[in-house]
Design a protein around this ligand. Sequence first.
Ligand SMILES: [Ca+2]
Ligand SMILES: [Ca+2]
Ligand SMILES: [Ca+2]
Ligand SMILES: [Ca+2]
Length: 355
Amino acid sequence: MKSRNLVLIIAIIFLQTGGLTAQTGGELTVSKSVAAGGGGMLRGGELLAVTTIGQTAAGTVAGGRFDLAAGFHAPAQTRSKTPFDFDGDGRTDISIFRPSNGSWWYSRSSDNQFRVYNFGTAADSLAPGDWTGDGKTDIAVWRPATGTWFVQRSEDNSFFSFPFGAPGDTPAPADYDGDGKTDAAVFRPAAGTWYVLNSGGAGTAITSFGAAGDKPVPADYDGDGKADLAIFRPSDGSWWYLRSSDGAFRVYRFGVGTDKPVAGDWTGDGKTDIAVFRPSTGTWFVQRSEDGSFFSFPFGQNGDIPAPGDYDGDGRTDAAVFRSGVWFVSRSTAGTLITDFGAAGDRPVPNAFVP
Ligand SMILES: [Ca+2]
Ligand SMILES: [Ca+2]
Ligand SMILES: [Ca+2]
Ligand SMILES: [Ca+2]
């Protein structure tokens, strides 16, 4: 893009701020690069700018002589927030961790090519997430013996590590501050205390929530873009979460102690729905965030390992199970997928946060 055209665009943004309407031609002077208000439209012979200033998601710029692909006007960046999405195409990738040699295997949903990396050991807890914020899931583990996190950057496969937590803690990484990067976090069962290391710079948050025996199930239940502290209490099948939006907590009875918590956005409204997989019958139960009603359906059988994710990328969680190297995925838009990937003894990566 030629700089003069950039000047022209910025000038038009400025002119909108002043409440002016269409402006074409001539040399324009830039004295302000960020406008407030927005929502207007300017049209000229060589450009069209339809703007909602300050909201990157709504702005569009088009024209014959320029192409503004990044900057204040750019459409919302399409970084994937899909879990277990190693290639960043918005779809969960079929993937396994092989404890016997600490290898990660995933099949890229974008081209069905697979990748293999050695990272971690059988004693580590899986902690995949978008630690670097590029929209691609990074391979990561938490080492219980030392409370150390190891993250392999998706960008260049280099890795970094840092201590956070202690032996006996339960790792509970998620994006608590909503900056698009996974935050290290642990739940300390003995004291019912959470330690969250916010990547956005807010430091470490220490919060009492839950008790010994509870299982952490952090997710964004209130839909504000930040993970909420949450626990599943097997003793009475109750779910407790602390809404990040207003600090209020919610409690629901849903499931029984032997169920596997599989919270996810099953309905696609942007809020995590409480859900469980019942191994004894292979039944999934989902409580809709919209109205608290629930639905259930059979998928899988006793002995299957639940591996929910958004495999078709429609924004709704899909039921999936891993059975000795065979995957069964109930895609919300694309029907059932049955495919071989991995072997008996492997752990499906999308099971990483199913306590
Ligand atoms: Ca993918
Ligand atoms: Ca974060
Ligand atoms: Ca939240
Ligand atoms: Ca889906």
